[in-house]
Design a protein around this ligand. Structure first.
Ligand SMILES: [Mn+2]
Length: 243
């Protein structure tokens, strides 16, 4: 079976809790959908654990991207305001320069998205604009894949598959501001699984794992979401494409 987890953001204990609930078997696959680092208490611990797991595909998020840019001298976004890079630098202080370089190379080779035709799904950190010509990668604006918000979230994707994404916390998408996974019930074509683990110190947030085979949702705590922790019906429907 295949599980997707997004936006762990250094929350090692929540990550371990979710892994305990899904108890991966040797035939299972795991997709980590970006933003492993920043804001939480142990970014390095999360990255080490992710890299130790077999059958795991890791996608890049804007936080890994910002860390790379910072180290290449291409910008201070990572260590400015509330992005959390400053704290992550402290957490990485046990690493040698060579180990940090190796980590940056690892991040730099992470893919932006994965297509899963067997589940009629795409997994991507932030989303993909309906204007993007998916058939022509030479025209891609790659930064949107880790940064886009409403230009993707508020519109019909019109692609015929379901997009699984994170990056925007679900508390901003649910009318009741709750932090369970979010379904686009209007367009029926996307699922957000960033349940705000980064903000666990100040909000009622959690980490989620979505099992694509049967739509079962596993949370790091005892939370029950508005869909009863199962979205199998939603995943079964093939999104429509309009002219
Ligand atoms: Mn993000």
């Amino acid at each position: 079976m295949t599980y997707v987890i997004s936006d762990i953001h250094g929350r090692l204990r929540m990550f371990e809790s979710v892994l305990g609930k899904i108890s991966l078997s040797p035939s299972d696959k795991l997709i980590i959908n970006g933003d492993m680092i920043d804001r939480g208490e142990d970014s390095l611990g999360v990255v080490r654990l992710v890299r130790s797991l077999p059958n795991t595909t890791v996608l890049i998020g804007n936080h890994e991207s910002m860390m790379i840019d910072f180290h290449k001298g291409r910008g201070m976004d990572w260590v400015s305001s509330r992005n959390g890079g400053r704290e992550t630098i402290q957490q990485l202080s046990s690493l040698s320069d060579g180990e940090i370089a190796e980590l940056l190379v690892y991040f730099g080779f992470l893919p932006y998205f994965v297509m899963l035709p067997e589940y009629n799904c795409m997994v991507i950190h932030a989303g993909i604009s309906p204007n993007t010509n998916f058939e022509n990668p030479t025209t891609y604006d790659y930064s949107q894949f880790v940064w886009i918000r409403n230009a993707f979230i508020k519109r019909k994707t019109n692609r015929g598959f379901v997009t699984i994404f994170g990056h925007t916390v679900t508390g901003l998408l649910h009318n009741d501001k709750s932090f369970g996974i979010w379904l686009d019930e209007e367009n029926e074509d996307k699922v957000c699984i960033d349940c705000g683990a980064a903000y666990a110190d100040t909000h009622d947030t959690r980490l989620a794992a979505l099992r694509l085979d049967d739509g079962q949702v596993f949370y790091s705590d005892e939370y029950t979401d508005k869909y009863g922790n199962n979205i199998s019906e939603f995943l079964r429907k093939k999104p429509t494409i309009v002219g």
